[in-house]
Each structure stands twice: as structure tokens, then as C-alpha cells.
Design a protein around this ligand. Structure first.
Ligand SMILES: CCCCCCCCCCCCCC(=O)SCCNC(=O)CCNC(=O)[C@H](O)C(C)(C)COP(=O)(O)OP(=O)(O)OC[C@H]1O[C@@H](n2cnc3c(N)ncnc32)[C@H](O)[C@@H]1OP(=O)(O)O
Length: 212
């Protein structure tokens, strides 16, 4: 038994938009795939934070090799790819910290995000590149909800107002500010409590027909 993995944007406004990706991608079990991604995220964190003896490193490298060999025979083209298209927080994409939506409509979204050890930059602060990843993810999805034509990020301006701590639940609020022809202007803030850690403004341009 397989299931389609595209989200249903009608019932859950921010849960994805099936037009973002080719129809036909199936996954044997969404729950099992999610389990794999959760385990992968933990591995990313553990590797980032570890300093084991050489004997342990040899064993770990062999185990990771075994996992990659197991998956090598199941590689598929992009149109059949599951990662990035699962209708779960983070879309099954372990590059980006998972964004958990609390409230959403066609014009705004509010949710929670946390930067784990994998996203460490230095001095206890999240990497400066990890923060735009989350803004692009959230603004990029918000730019396309409500039956709009797919768009791409033209620019993303991020202000870092304070260091972003690891392993804390932060809130992110984003809104669709305005639209001028194909141009969509959106903005967002990342907060710890009432303190703004970073904010962003993005321009998303609706794609013309046939534009990749
Ligand atoms: C369940 C889950 C389902 C899956 C969900 C998936 C969610 C994924 C979430 C994550 C997804 C995240 C999404 C991603 O990360 S998308 C990946 C990152 N972005 C890209 O790769 C985009 C690359 N760039 C392009 O493709 C083109 O440049 C685009 C398409 C953006 C525009 O080129 P195009 O040739 O089409 O348009 P145009 O040149 O006629 O310009 C049109 C208008 O725009 C204005 N303009 C353009 N650029 C800029 C600029 N930099 N500053 C200021 N203005 C700019 C321009 O002046 C003009 O304005 P006007 O003169 O008309 O007034």
C-alpha cells in the first residue's frame, strides 16, 4: 500500500501545495519516511556534537556506509522524490530546521522553530546561514498559498538583531505584505519571547509559464 505525499492545501492552508511538484510521487509509508528523517536529524546533531575515539569513528563510518548502500538502489528522479514533499513539519527536508505551524491563513503564518546542534555556527549561536534557510522556507511557502502561481525568491534580506540560541523554542511570524503584478513582498520575524532575534524581507516573483 502506497500513499501520495503531496499536501492538501485546501484543508490545511499552510500544509503544502500539490502544484509545487509533479503528481505521481508515492511513498510506501509517510509515517516510516518521517521516522527515517527524524532519525537522520538526530544523527546530524550527534555527529555535529561528537568527538569520539578513533575505534568508534571507524565503526560509525561503516554503519553510515551501510545505510547509504541500502538506499543507493532506490534512487529516483526529482519528480518521484519524497524528501521535501512530505506533509509533515519540515517537509521531510533535514537541511532546514522543522517549522511547526500554530496558526495560518492565506496572508500570515505563525509557528515554532528550534535550532539544534547541527545548526551551530559558533559561540553558542545558530549559524548565520541557517536562519535565512528558515525564513526562505516559511516565506517561500506563504508566497504560494491561496491558489497563487508558483514563485521563486528574488531576494531575501535578513537582519540579525541578536544571537539565536540553540535548542530553544522560538517563534516565527510571517506575513504577505503586498503584491504588484508578479512581485510578492513578504516579511517575517524570529523571536525568543518578546525579543526579536532576526527579521527578514523577501521578494518572490511569480514564474512565467515554462519558467523553471
Ligand atoms: C508538502 C510540501 C509541498 C512542497 C512545498 C515546497 C515549499 C518550498 C519552500 C521553499 C521555497 C523557497 C523558494 C526558493 O528558495 S526558490 C530558490 C531560490 N531562488 C531562485 O533560484 C531564483 C533565481 N532567480 C530567478 O529565477 C529569476 O531571477 C526570478 C524568477 C526571481 C525573476 O526573474 P524573471 O525573469 O522571471 O523576472 P524579471 O527579471 O522580469 O523581474 C520581474 C520583476 O521583479 C523584479 N525583480 C526581479 N529580481 C529582483 C531582485 N533581485 N531585486 C529587486 N527586484 C527584482 C524586476 O525588477 C521586475 O520588476 P518590474 O520591473 O516588473 O517592476
Amino acid at each position: 500500500m502506497t500513499s501520495a505525499v503531496s499536501g492538501n492545501s485546501d484543508s490545511v492552508p499552510f500544509a503544502g501545495d500539490s502544484r509545487w511538484w509533479a503528481a505521481g510521487a508515492q511513498v510506501a509509508s509517510v509515517a516510516r519516511f518521517e521516522q527515517v528523517i527524524d532519525a537522520l536529524r538526530i544523527v546530524q546533531d550527534r555527529v555535529a556534537g561528537a568527538n569520539p575515539p578513533e575505534s568508534e569513528l571507524v565503526e560509525v563510518a561503516e554503519k553510515l556506509d551501510e545505510v547509504s548502500r541500502a538506499l543507493a538502489v532506490f534512487q529516483v528522479p526529482e519528480t518521484k522524490q519524497v524528501v521535501g514533499h512530505l506533509d509533515v513539519p519540515g517537509r521531510g527536508q533535514s537541511l532546514v530546521p522543522a517549522f511547526h505551524v500554530d496558526r495560518a491563513d492565506g496572508n500570515s503564518v505563525r509557528g515554532r522553530v528550534s535550532f539544534s546542534r547541527f545548526y551551530l555556527g559558533g559561540g553558542g549561536a545558530a549559524h548565520g546561514g541557517a536562519i535565512p534557510l528558515v525564513f526562505d522556507e516559511v516565506l517561500g511557502r506563504l508566497a504560494n498559498v491561496g491558489g497563487r502561481i508558483r514563485s521563486r525568491t528574488a531576494y531575501l534580506h535578513v537582519n540579525y538583531r541578536a544571537i539565536t540560541p540553540l535548542d530553544e523554542e522560538l517563534t516565527l511570524e510571517a506575513r504577505f505584505d503586498s503584491e504588484e503584478g508578479r512581485k510578492r513582498f513578504l516579511s517575517a520575524e524570529l523571536r525568543k519571547g518578546d525579543v526579536v532575534l532576526a527579521d527578514a524581507e523577501g521578494l518572490f516573483v511569480a514564474l512565467r509559464e515554462g519558467q523553471p
